[in-house]
Design a protein. Structure first.
Ligand SMILES: Nc1ncnc2c1ncn2[C@@H]1O[C@H](COP(=O)(O)OP(=O)(O)O)[C@@H](O)[C@H]1O
Ligand SMILES: Cc1ncsc1CCOP(=O)(O)O
Length: 203
C-alpha cells in the first residue's frame, strides 16, 4: 500500500484512504497513520474510524461498522483534515465532507445501506473515481448547481429521490438535446438565422 501511494504521489495521481476498522487494533491504526503521512487526497471513513484517526487512538469497536453517528465525528474530521491536508469524508446517516473551512452534508442515504458490508467501500471507490477524473473536484464547485438544487429539493421541498431524479432529467433535456437542435437549425432557418435559435433554445 505504501509503495502504491508513493508511486501515485510521484506521478501526481490522487489516491483515497479507506481506514477500515482502524479503531479495532493498534496494528491497523499504525498502518493507517503511516499511510496518512503519504498524503492521501481524500480519507473516507465511518464515524468511529474518523474519530480514531483524529485522536490517533484505538477504541471500542463494532468491526467494520460504526459505533458513532457521523455527526459526532465532524469536529474530528475537521481536525484530521487540518493535520493531514486531506479532504475528509465521514459516511453515515448524513454523509459529511470537509476541507476544514467548509463542511458539506448529504442526506441521501437509506438506513438499509449500513447493514450491507462494503457499502462504505463502494462510497470510497466512487470518490476515487471522481477524484481520478478531476483531482480538484473535492474542492471545486463545478457540480454545485445540481448539488445545491438537489439538497434544496430534498431538504426544503421534501421531494423524494425518484422525483428529484425526474426533475433533474427533465431539466437536462434542453442541454442533452442540443445536437438535435443543431441539426434542425442547420436545415431550417428561423427568422433568417440558424445559429442564434440553436443557441437560444439549446442554451
Ligand atoms: N443510518 C443511515 N441512514 C441512511 N443512510 C446510511 C446510514 N448509515 C449509512 N448510510 C449510507 O451508507 C453509506 C455507507 O456508509 P457506512 O455504513 O457508514 O459505511 P461503512 O460501511 O464504512 O461503515 C453512506 O454513505 C450512507 O449513504
Ligand atoms: C474489506 C472488507 N472485507 C470484508 S469486510 C470489509 C470491509 C467492509 O467495509 P465497509 O463495510 O466499511 O465498506
Amino acid at each position: 500500500m505504501k509503495a502504491a501511494a508513493g508511486v501515485a504521489n510521484q506521478l501526481g495521481k490522487p489516491w483515497v484512504l479507506d481506514p477500515t476498522a482502524v479503531e479495532a487494533s493498534s496494528f491497523r491504526l499504525k498502518a493507517c497513520l503511516e499511510l496518512i503521512e503519504l498524503k492521501p487526497t481524500v480519507i473516507r471513513g465511518n464515524g468511529s474510524e474518523i474519530i480514531a484517526l483524529s485522536m490517533a487512538s484505538i477504541g471500542s469497536t463494532k468491526g467494520a461498522d460504526s459505533l458513532h453517528e457521523s455527526s459526532d465525528a465532524v469536529e474530528s474530521a475537521k481536525s484530521l483534515a487540518k493535520s493531514s491536508g486531506s479532504i475528509v469524508a465521514i459516511s453515515g446517516s448524513v454523509d459529511f465532507v470537509t476541507d476544514v473551512q467548509r463542511v458539506v452534508g448529504a442526506h441521501n442515504g437509506v438506513p438499509l445501506m449500513q447493514k450491507i458490508t462494503v457499502s462504505g467501500c463502494a462510497a470510497t471507490a466512487l470518490i476515487a473515481t471522481f477524484v481520478a477524473i478531476d483531482p480538484e473536484i473535492a474542492k471545486s464547485t463545478r457540480f454545485s448547481p445540481w448539488l445545491a438544487l438537489n439538497f434544496y429539493m430534498g431538504n426544503s421541498l421534501n421531494l423524494n429521490h425518484s422525483t428529484i431524479q425526474l426533475v433533474q432529467n427533465f431539466g437536462n433535456i434542453p442541454m442533452v438535446a442540443k445536437p438535435l437542435y443543431g441539426i434542425l437549425s442547420d436545415a431550417i432557418f428561423i427568422g433568417g438565422s440558424h445559429r442564434l435559435p440553436c443557441i437560444s433554445i439549446g442554451g
